[in-house]
Design a binder for this molecule. Structure first.
Ligand code: FAD
Length: 297
């Protein structure tokens, strides 16, 4: 086997919150062949598989993750071609969104603005249907995705067209229980000469509105129908609420920041308190956008 599979690997450094326990088994495939080896290893040992992309929207338990954790961030490659007045892009799942941004920016196309300041990888963008609050076009990741390819547990690659997927607010279904390996995207070649300035401006706005100097996972809660989660949290006076080193950001109420040595349990406790308080005071249930991975009771 050429793929290195390690034991007891701490996952904190693989998440943007910098929290979480150990993966019992862990690997970083660089090719589709590596990924096949990883799946074969997990199946042979009867291990559950957990997928990690950029780790920017997950809360990994302090008790770690059983089975095999496959981190896909090194499965990264991007290719482009032009056809029928469109730029077509194919990117392996671990391609950083920042690479995708550069590709659109080179051609002065609108998705560059949407991608400004959006962390994580392409595969995570599909799973979470990452989106922005601004009225940009596009404003959700799936707006420019045409198809995805998944690897099944039988090591087959299957292409799923966009219309075979169930695309929702901050989530895409219809690809499970497989692993997304490749994403096909396109956008009309309509050049916007102001795009670089607008990307710079969007980055500046993010810096003023979001606590980007502290570990976080971005917005923790989804916006409930007809509400903004940040406003609900702010208006219940929860900015600054803290358990251990996990704190509701003073800058953006929908962010929970790791002040230094927060644990996943600290963050989970803050989440529970925010949910309880907002429901009690505003009568609105907040659900998390963030995905919990690992051993949660
Ligand atoms: C500072 C900051 C700002 C942010 N701003 C935004 C924002 O404006 N809008 C927004 O929507 N989000 C935002 N986020 C959240 C996050 O960046 C996005 O949701 C992003 O798309 C997640 O991608 P990822 O690669 O990090 O996924 P991960 O966090 O690694 O994974 C997310 C989920 O997808 C699954 N997954 C990942 N890749 C695959 C795959 N290839 N196959 C199967 N399953 C997979 C994982 O198992 C997990 O369940 C922000 C986060 C941070 C830290």
């Amino acid at each position: 086997m050429s793929l290195k599979i390690s034991q007891n690997v701490n996952l904190a450094e693989y998440t943007s919150w910098l929290v979480g326990g150990n993966a019992d088994h862990f690997c970083l495939p660089e090719t589709l062949e590596d990924l096949k080896e990883a799946i074969t290893f997990a199946k042979a040992n009867n291990f559950a598989i957990t997928i990690l992309g950029g780790g920017t929207n997950v809360l990994v338990s302090d008790e770690g993750i059983a089975g095999l954790t496959i981190c896909l961030r090194r499965l990264s490659k991007i290719a482009t071609f032009e056809k029928d007045g469109k730029l077509h892009i194919e990117a392996l799942t671990g391609t950083a969104k920042s690479e995708l941004l550069k590709t659109f920016l080179k051609q002065k196309l609108a998705p560059a603005l949407f991608l400004a300041g959006l962390p994580g990888d392409v595969g995570g963008g599909v799973v979470m249907n990452a989106g922005v609050a601004e009225a940009f076009v596009p404003r959700e990741f799936m707006d420019f995705v045409d198809w995805i390819e998944v690897m099944t547990l039988d090591l087959e690659i299957i292409r799923l067209q966009k219309n075979q997927l169930n695309i929702k607010y901050r989530h895409t279904d219809g690809w499970q229980p497989h692993i997304i390996v490749n994403v096909g995207m396109s956008w009309p070649l309509e050049i916007d000469t102001t795009i670089l300035d607008r990307v710079r401006e969007a980055n500046k706005i993010r810096l003023t509105k979001q606590p980007l100097d502290m570990p976080s996972c971005g917005s923790v809660f989804k916006n409930p129908e007809g509400h903004k989660a940040a406003q609900l949290i702010d208006s219940t006076g929860l900015k600054g609420y803290r358990v251990g080193d996990a704190q509701v950001s003073l800058k953006h109420a929908n962010f929970i920041v790791n002040l230094d040595k927060a644990t996943a349990k600290n963050i989970s406790d803050v989440i529970a308190h925010v949910q309880k308080t907002v429901e009690k005071e505003k009568g609105v249930k907040l659900t998390t956008e963030v995905v919990r991975l690992g051993r949660w009771i």
